[in-house]
Design a protein around this ligand. Sequence first.
Ligand code: TMP
Length: 265
Amino acid sequence: MDIHKPRYTPMSRRRRIYEGKAKVLYEGPEPGTLIQHFKDDATAFNAKKHEVIEGKGVLNNRISEYVFQHLNDIGVPTHFIRRLNMREQLIREVEIIPLEVVVRNVAAGSLSQRLGIEEGTQLPRSIIEFYYKNDQLGDPMVSEEHITAFGWASPQEIDDVMSLAIRVNDFLSGLFLGVGIRLVDFKMECGRLWENDLMRIVVADEISPDSCRLWDIKSNEKLDKDRFRRDLGGLLEAYTEVAKRLGIIVEGERPTGTGPVLVKS
Ligand code: TMP
């Protein structure tokens, strides 16, 4: 074997499949695979607010890898195959269902605003909401009626998405509770994975402090993207704290790619 042969095509020669606000998808090394690249861009309010926060993509790549690998390990199907490098992971190509699935355990953000419930109020039970993924419309909230009437997903698919959402919520709540963090809410996306003639719904996209609300249990300090949305500062420090508590990066390690980094395999 030629040891100088790159394991995958250098970035410049790769075919770009899709560019989102925080990630780019490239063609993968084999049919049915893609490479998911995490950028440093932070956006909020449908990209009206935008900043580049150097190192955010590296942290999200690692944190999302950790979550998705554990989901795979406990039998929650995801698109994740493996991390490739500091900013990229190999994933299965799926047909994204155009919904943002939000699970809430504690009132915050748009729920607090819409219903006048004070942020931090424990909800009587976990609540699942759907938003139609459409930037031009600002991702409006939709009901199951809209989803089935417009054919974005079938009733059976909605059931599958909801049971995945509950399993992910239970897993994430326990995971974060174990490291002194309250999972207030999170957003996930699902995709259709085709295997021969069989299709199943899997968890896709990313799960990271960009897409969760994570509060320190003792101090209620925000360890998520609300630091950016609400101009609190210290986003990188907060994401690093999450990664450290999960044991993803160790004390003294610089995860942001600005210096030599110990990559745990
Ligand atoms: P919300 O309270 O603003 O509706 O947000 C609910 C959760 O969804 C929160 O954890 C942040 C996450 N989220 C995203 O990941 N992307 C988005 O575009 C929005 C609006 C929220």
